[in-house]
Design a protein around this ligand. Sequence first.
Ligand code: HEM
Length: 400
Amino acid sequence: MGFGILLKAITLWLVLVLSSVGKSNAGFGLRLGLSKASHNRKSHESGHAPKGYHGKSRHFKGRRVGHGSNKPPSFVPPINTSSPPNLPPNKYTSSPSRPSGLQVGFYKGLCPNRLVDIESTLITKVQQQFRQDPTILPALLRMQFHDCFVHGCDASILINGPSTEKTAGPNLSVRGYALIDALKDIAEEQCPGVVSCADIIAIATKQVIKMGGGPDYSVQTGRNDGLVSRAQDVNLPSPFLTVSESISAFDAKRFTTEEMVILLGCHTVGISQCTFFQDRLYQGNTQFDPKMDPILRKQLQPTCPKGTTSNNNSTFLDQNPQSSNKLDNSFFVQILNQRGILPIDQALARHPQTIAFVQQFARSATLFNNKLASAMVKLQALDVLTGNQGQIRKTCSRIN
Ligand code: HEM
């Protein structure tokens, strides 16, 4: 009798032990399944892929509880982010969470293949493009400015459509879209749904600045793409503004007068069409500039005959022929010598609120370089969308 009870007790104990082993195996299997599911979900949600994916544990918890599993919470296996020890290392494991906010090296380890350094891959392509056509430098600088000053740096300038920002007057001569599209193709191939178009503009602009002789600063990434792009919102400063009006326009975007002067120093590269300066060349026009260097005026007149309406005629914004394509401080020397092209550029060297900055930057290339780096970081961070805001576009010219 006593032996019978002992036998039953041993059998019961054995059953309990075996069933607990079975459960823990099921838990392990489930853990693997979850890990894969999370990876797939990330790719599928793309477009705005890893958005809302700030913390793995929160995400998993939310999914399991929120999706109404009938199992009691005690059956939810513990989340184990480390790989099971008996599986070969898998380089395509799920990407870690997408941090919120801008930071240098944001994309490190965020691609499905964590070994891919997507920023360096993009940089290689930008380098190739720059070597083929260095005018990509002014093109991207201007694109970056025009994007950031309208709804922040959110790639809203890239959207195609009948009345998007791209179609607004000041943006009609913005160039560089093909390179951004090519970079996006590379990003989507190697890292689908992860890299924003806004970051692609920032990475490419930073790289061409460096290659064009400007500062080599660390570019921050982590921007998301915007959902709004309307021509009517494009309210960029005009080249015919007074210095005071221009200061107000930059102040509205939280830039100091000095930062405005520095950023306008980007007119040390690139070109302007006649329409923006031809009236300064001819006596009798209200815009005629008697103080312009007379040698320059003579040189510009054949390029921009009186009353020309052609968009094809243009000249360098920096009239130092040795440095028209170099991102240096030569622009400041030129405007001090009354050789500025745009009315606003020349006005900087004549206005009491800006002339001291112009003189400083004309004297010191290093000072301009250092301050340009900070101003670019600030410009590229202007009103950015991060975290759950906006989306990661699949195609830069279309909202998902
Ligand atoms: C008051 C502010 C500004 C005004 C009024 C202004 C105006 C202009 C104008 C009228 C042109 C000639 C466009 C054409 O001919 O189609 C131009 C070109 C350019 N702007 Fe500005 N700009 C301003 C600020 C900036 C800033 C802050 C940057 C860069 C951070 C910038 C970068 C450039 C570049 C690089 C070009 C040459 C583009 C090319 O060669 O394709 N501009 N700008």
